[in-house]
Ligand binder design. Structure first.
Ligand code: ADP
Ligand code: MG
Length: 186
């Protein structure tokens, strides 16, 4: 059924754990889709670049794997709707964020449209995306760069640190423990 899509989630404002839990729960309810994997939660220093000033709050990040028949543009619209529903203020889209959802990979598709780029254009530069992605599927290949996500992670410098929360917090909505898969041996 469908293609395997990886979606990254992150929050650095308000009740971060609750935002992440709600996002995973909603992504688990998508029609014509099945949630197949949910990574551990990781805490990450915010990274400012030329586009963003995310404030000083630590991020909670993770990645979900979804098998879906929803087309990429429709999936993007759903992600933006979930961000909006969970309170992200698009007027301040480069500031602190209650919830950020990014389509990281959509099978092996390569998409370059005005408002949708897949693989996500900064996927290979972000430890906080690659670490949970490697946890779910280290052999997953970036179709444009021709490297596995594990290889991409190994190319990055060790900082900023991405720390797996230990112990992993419980999920208020039951969205994580049932889907969590053990870290792959690397
Ligand atoms: P980032 O998550 O890279 O820090 P933003 O979340 O602020 O950036 O960017 C949001 C915009 O990025 C959305 O309005 C969307 O149209 C666009 N976009 C392009 N490609 C993607 C993608 N693969 N996943 C999510 N948003 C994307
Ligand atoms: Mg985003």
């Amino acid at each position: 059924m469908g293609e395997t899509v990886y979606i990254g989630f992150g929050s650095n404002e308000g009740d971060r754990l609750d935002y992440c839990d709600r996002a995973v729960t909603l992504l688990g309810l998508l029609p014509h889709s099945q949630l197949i994997a949910v990574s551990s939660l990781y805490e990450t220093e915010p990274v400012a670049d030329e586009r963003t000033d995310p404030g000083s709050g630590l991020f909670l990040n993770g990645v979900v794997g979804v098998e879906t028949e929803i087309a990429p543009r429709s999936l993007l619209a759903i992600c933006l709707e979930v961000e909006r529903a969970l309170g992200r203020d698009r007027e301040e889209c480069q500031g602190p964020r209650t919830l950020d959802l990014d389509i990281l990979l959509y099978g092996s598709r390569i998409i370059h449209e005005d408002d949708l780029t897949v693989p996500h254009p900064r996927l290979h530069l972000r430890r906080f995306v690659l670490v949970p992605l490697v946890e779910l599927d280290p052999s997953c290949v970036h179709p444009e760069l021709g490297a596995t996500v594990k290889e991409l992670l190994d190319r990055l410098p060790p900082s900023p640190a991405v720390r797996r929360l230990d112990p992993q917090p419980g999920s208020r909505y039951g969205s994580r423990p049932t889907c969590n898969i053990p870290p792959a041996a690397t």
